[in-house]
Design a protein around this ligand. Sequence first.
Ligand SMILES: Nc1ncnc2c1ncn2[C@@H]1O[C@H](COP(=O)(O)OP(=O)(O)OP(=O)(O)O)[C@@H](O)[C@H]1O
Length: 251
Amino acid sequence: MSSDATAATESTPDVEGAELLRVRGLDAGYGDLQILTDVDMDVYDGEYVTIVGPNGAGKSTLMKSVFGLTNHMGGTVTFEGEDITGLRPEDIIHEGVGYVPQNDNIFATLTVQENLEMGAYILDEVPQDALDVVFERFPILEERKQQKAGTMSGGQQQMLAMGRALMLDPSLLLLDEPSAGLAPDLVEEMFDKIDEINEAGTAVLMVEQNAKEALRRCDRGYVLANGENRYVDTGTALLNDEQVRRDFLGG
Ligand SMILES: Nc1ncnc2c1ncn2[C@@H]1O[C@H](COP(=O)(O)OP(=O)(O)OP(=O)(O)O)[C@@H](O)[C@H]1O
């Protein structure tokens, strides 16, 4: 069975921006346990890239590896031409990368506003304009700014986690399963918010279980399986590829 999607990793995206993130030959894991093998990935300025694949494929591990949260075993990660391989997350934030983990991504006992202010902890003072931008993007956060974050709904907490990552106006936002655990109408709202963030100029690299919807919305997608690259192409091409559909998208 032939496949139209690019079964290698060398797809040059049809985008005009400069390269932001470049991952080459990445081997990484936890302790001695290697999860990723020889993974390549690119994200261009302003691009919206999705990583899909079966459970346990290593999608979250790839995202964590970009953010310096795994054990690096080989290969390189560069961001805006600078080698960030092996840097600590606090240094990677300084480079302009924001990360929203899937779990434990808010401080439940702090208020919404305090959570957002924590997003700017590396700065000497909280940038009021950044707070205003986040409140404009997520009006519900402004309405509830004095509320304890732990008392908000799952969708609102997810928006807070995203808002917090946006406080430093990153060039690249890493999102790990932003739709996880949300009711279907909230899933759509969440994807719409991500579109808005991307349309405002922030590049997005997202891991999603909701693979079809993610591929519909993104510019390019990577299919990862067993810790290795399988396919890379535009989201539409991956969605339309018979073999990708059958093997990775539930037919
Ligand atoms: N902290 C950890 N320590 C050891 N192994 C881990 C750790 N986190 C993840 N793993 C293992 O790494 C492998 C890849 O997990 P990962 O979460 O990256 O996959 P995934 O593709 O994101 O899957 P899912 O969609 O289920 O979240 C799995 O076998 C998982 O058990």
